[in-house]
Design a protein around this ligand. Structure first.
Ligand code: DGI
Ligand code: FE
Ligand code: FE
Length: 187
C-alpha cells in the first residue's frame, strides 16, 4: 500500500482531529527514521495507519482479539484503550493485504511498547507521543530527548506513561512494564 492510499483510507475512518494526529505521526516517524537509520517509507506508512481502528466499537475490537490467534487474549484483562493497536495491524493485513511484518509489528506495539523493540517499533511508539499536535505536560522534555537519543526518549515516554497510569490508579499492561524494566538504568 502506498502512503497516499493509506492517507485516503484513514480519512474515511477517522474524525478530523485524529486524522490530523495521524498525519503528524507519519511525518514525525519519517523524520525520526531518517535520523535514526530506519526505513522512512515504512515509518511513514505505519505512522499513517497506526490508529486506523481507533473508533471501532469495543465490541468489534473484542471480537477481533478473540478471533485472531496471533493477538493475546490478555489484552481483554486490561484497558480497552489498548485494543486498537494490535487490532489496527490485523485490520490492515486483512483489508489491504499489508504483510510487511515490520510495519505490522510497529503498529501492534505503538501503544504499549514491549521488550526488544526494533528501531521502527521505537520510532512509531515515540512519534505517537511527540508529534507536533501533542500538547501535555512533559512532552517538550521527550521532544528534546528525541533530538539526542532514540532510546532515551523512548525510556522517558515509558516512565511518564507508567507514572501517569499509577497516578490514575490504572493497570499497567505487562509489555509496558517489561519495556521499562529492560531500559531502566541505561541513562
Ligand atoms: O491512540 P493514541 O491516543 O494516539 O495514543 P495511544 O495509542 O498511545 O493510547 C494511549 C492510551 O492508552 C492512553 O490513554 C493511556 C492508555 N493506556 C491504558 N493502559 C495502558 C495505556 N498505555 C500504556 N502504554 N500501557 C498501559 O498499560
Ligand atoms: Fe493509538
Ligand atoms: Fe496515536
Amino acid at each position: 500500500m502506498k502512503i497516499e492510499e493509506a492517507r485516503r483510507a484513514i480519512k474515511e475512518l477517522l474524525p478530523e482531529k485524529r486524522y490530523t494526529h495521524s498525519l503528524g505521526v507519519s511525518e514525525t516517524a519519517g523524520r525520526l527514521a531518517e535520523k535514526y537509520g530506519a526505513e522512512p517509507a515504512k515509518a511513514r506508512l505505519a505512522g499513517m495507519l497506526h490508529d486506523i481502528v481507533k473508533y471501532f466499537s469495543d465490541e468489534r475490537l473484542e471480537a477481533m482479539i478473540r478471533r485472531r490467534s496471533d493477538i493475546s487474549d490478555n489484552y481483554l484483562n486490561y484497558s480497552s484503550k489498548l485494543w486498537h493497536a494490535p487490532c489496527g495491524a490485523a485490520y490492515v493485513q486483512e483489508t489491504y493485504g499489508i504483510d510487511d511484518p515490520e510495519v505490522l509489528c510497529a503498529m501492534t506495539y505503538h501503544t504499549t511498547g514491549k521488550r526488544n523493540m526494533t528501531e521502527l517499533d521505537k520510532i512509531i511508539f515515540l512519534a505517537d507521543y511527540i508529534e507536533p499536535g501533542r500538547d501535555f505536560p512533559g512532552v517538550e522534555e521527550v521532544r528534546e530527548a528525541a533530538s539526542r537519543s532514540l532510546n532515551e526518549a523512548v525510556f522517558l515516554e515509558l516512565q511518564k506513561t507508567i507514572v501517569h497510569l499509577l497516578d490514575k490508579r490504572q493497570k499497567v499492561y505487562p509489555d509496558t512494564m517489561e519495556a521499562y524494566n529492560e531500559m531502566v538504568g541505561s541513562f
